[in-house]
Design a protein around this ligand. Structure first.
Ligand code: G3H
Length: 252
C-alpha cells in the first residue's frame, strides 16, 4: 500500500506568528480526518523546531534543502543529520527553484538523496520539465533522466524512504496546472522508469505539484498513479491546506 502524502512547502515565506496560528489549526482539523493521508509541513529551516513543537507528532515536518556534506566548514548549509536531529522526517531534494535559481545539478541531487536516506530522512525528490522542454516534446525524456540520476545511488533497502514529486516548472506558482490526465501520464512514466531500475515501483509514492488548490486537488488525487501533492502557495492557508488533504480519496 502506497503512502498518501500531502506536503506543504512554505518556501521562503512565514513567520513565528504564522507557525503559531497555522500549525495548531491544521493539526486540530486533520485530527478527525480518516482518509489515511499523511500531512507534512516544510517550513523555512529556522522554523522547523517551532513547527515540530506545534505539530506535536500529529503532522510530519521536513526541510526544503540539505547539504551535500555531513558537517564542516560550509557556512550557511544544513546537513541531513541536523534536520533529522531537529525532528524532521522528510527533506525536499532538487526542487526546481534550487535547480534553476541556485544551479543545483543532477549530480548534487543524487548526493543529497544519499545524504537524506543515510540520515534516516525520507527524500522527496523533485523533478519536472520547463515549458520549452514540454513544447519541444522532451518532457518525458527530461523527467526520466532526472529520476534516473536522482535515484542512481539508492540502495536496495532504501526505496521505502523515496518519494518523487513531479512538478512541471511551468505550473509552479503560475496558476496553471497540468491536466489530471497529463499529470497521470507523467506519473505512470515515472513509475515505469522506477520499475525498469528494479525498484519496488508500486510501493513508491509519487506526488504532483504545481498550482494545486482545493478545487483541483480531487481530480488530481483520483488518478491511479498520483499519491498526493506537493503544495506551495495554498499551504500557507490552513483552510486551503486542510481542504487539499480532505480531497484525498479514502483507502479502498
Ligand atoms: O513545492 C511546491 C511547488 O513548487 C508548487 O508551488 P505552488 O503550489 O505555489 O505552485
Amino acid at each position: 500500500m502506497r503512502r498518501k502524502i500531502v506536503a506543504g512547502n512554505w518556501k521562503m515565506n512565514g513567520s513565528k506568528d504564522l507557525v503559531n496560528s497555522l500549525v495548531g489549526q491544521i493539526r486540530s482539523e486533520l485530527a478527525s480526518l480518516d482518509n489515511g493521508v499523511e500531512a507534512v509541513i516544510i517550513p523555512p529551516a529556522l522554523f522547523v523546531g517551532d513547527v515540530v513543537r506545534q505539530a506535536d507528532g500529529q503532522i510530519a515536518v521536513g526541510v526544503q534543502n540539505i547539504a551535500c556534506w555531513d558537517s564542516g566548514a560550509y557556512t550557511g548549509e544544513i546537513s541531513a543529520g541536523m534536520a533529522k536531529d531537529s525532528g524532521c522526517g522528510y527533506s525536499l531534494v532538487g526542487h526546481s527553484e534550487r535547480r534553476q535559481l541556485f544551479g543545483e545539478t543532477d549530480e548534487q541531487v543524487s548526493v543529497k538523496v544519499v545524504k537524506a536516506l543515510a540520515s534516516g530522512l525520507d527524500a522527496v525528490i523533485c523533478v519536472g520539465e520547463t515549458l520549452d522542454e514540454r513544447e519541444a516534446g522532451k518532457a518525458e525524456d527530461v523527467v526520466s533522466g532526472q529520476v534516473r540520476k536522482a535515484v542512481s545511488e539508492v540502495g536496495a533497502g532504501q526505496w521505502q524512504q523515496v518519494v518523487i514529486a513531479y512538478e512541471p516548472v511551468w505550473a509552479i506558482g503560475t496558476g496553471k496546472t497540468a491536466t489530471a490526465e497529463d499529470a497521470q501520464a507523467m506519473h505512470a512514466a515515472i513509475r515505469a522508469v522506477l520499475k525498469s531500475l528494479g525498484a519496488p515501483a508500486d510501493e513508491i509514492s509519487l506526488l504532483y505539484g504545481g498550482s494545486v488548490k482545493a478545487d483541483n486537488a480531487a481530480a488530481l488525487f483520483a488518478q491511479p498513479d498520483i499519491d498526493g501533492g506537493l503544495i506551495g502557495g495554498a499551504s500557507l492557508n490552513a483552510e486551503d491546506f486542510v481542504s487539499i488533504c480532505r480531497a484525498m480519496p479514502g483507502r479502498s
